[in-house]
Design a binder for this molecule. Structure first.
Ligand code: GRF
Length: 224
């Protein structure tokens, strides 16, 4: 484990929380394999024993576990159990990827500004379940995907990255979902990278990244 000048571990350790298919988990894994993302997946947790994403994780050699599939404990106890699992593995960032439970105060307080979620619409439009269906039924011409920091409200945390996807004539929920998913897989690893890179600040609810070198808006020195 390498210590950087800032004292953080490298590679940074991610937990991915899932409930189903796990294609966004796969996108993060692929970005790590392509070295576009300097991070390691320390643990995959599912609240459903039959989540195909658990198999996907194990096949990739990751530690993967199902916590309390029967929903046998209350939300706070559940979140405290997750915090224990994540802390024991030195997790820096939590990525919700199709995780179908609301995150409660215990998890939020343990990972302040360090929980991300991906949602298949351009938030704040169409939060909650069936976002693609909501978009289609509303009649928007453009929908998309959003990666946001998680706060105490459903799908309402500060936005890190978004991608627009046009709604096409004759679209079905399935077709629109497929095209949105392509963008999800592109922007989720990118958003994870942005958050792990650091240097960002919150202004109100705006997630503000530092301008790239030489693009600060101030004129370059005459001899550069
Ligand atoms: C994605 O559409 C994501 O935006 C939503 O749930 C779905 C999860 O898909 N939150 P997957 O399990 O990552 O394939």
């Amino acid at each position: 484990m390498v210590e950087t000048a800032k004292g953080s571990r490298h590679p940074r350790r991610i937990a991915v929380l899932i409930s189903g298919r796990g294609s966004n988990l796969q996108a993060i894994l692929d970005a790590i394999a392509r070295r576009e993302l300097d991070a390691a997946i320390a643990i995959v947790v599912s609240n459903r024993a039959d989540a195909p994403g658990l198999t996907r994780a194990r096949e990739a050699g990751l530690e993967a576990m199902c916590l309390f599939p029967e929903d046998s404990i209350d939300r706070d106890a559940y979140d405290r159990a997750i915090v224990e699992v994540l802390r024991a593995r030195g997790v820096d960032l939590v990525c919700l990827a199709g995780y179908m439970r609301v995150v409660g105060p215990a998890l939020l307080e343990a990972f302040p500004n360090a929980i991300l979620n991906i949602h298949p619409s351009l938030l704040p439009a169409f939060p909650g379940l069936h976002a693609q269906r909501q978009a289609l039924e509303y009649g928007v011409r453009v929908s998309g995907a959003t990666v946001h920091l998680v706060n105490g409200e459903l799908d309402a945390g500060p936005i890190v990255l978004q991608a627009a996807v046009p709604v096409l004539a004759g679209d079905t929920v399935e077709r629109l979902s497929e095209r949105i998913l392509i963008e999800e897989h592109r922007i989720y690893p990118e958003a994870v990278r942005m958050v792990l890179d650091g240097g960002w600040t919150m202004r109100g609810r705006r997630f503000v990244t530092p301008p790239p070198a030489g693009a600060s808006g101030s004129p370059l020195p005459a001899d550069s």
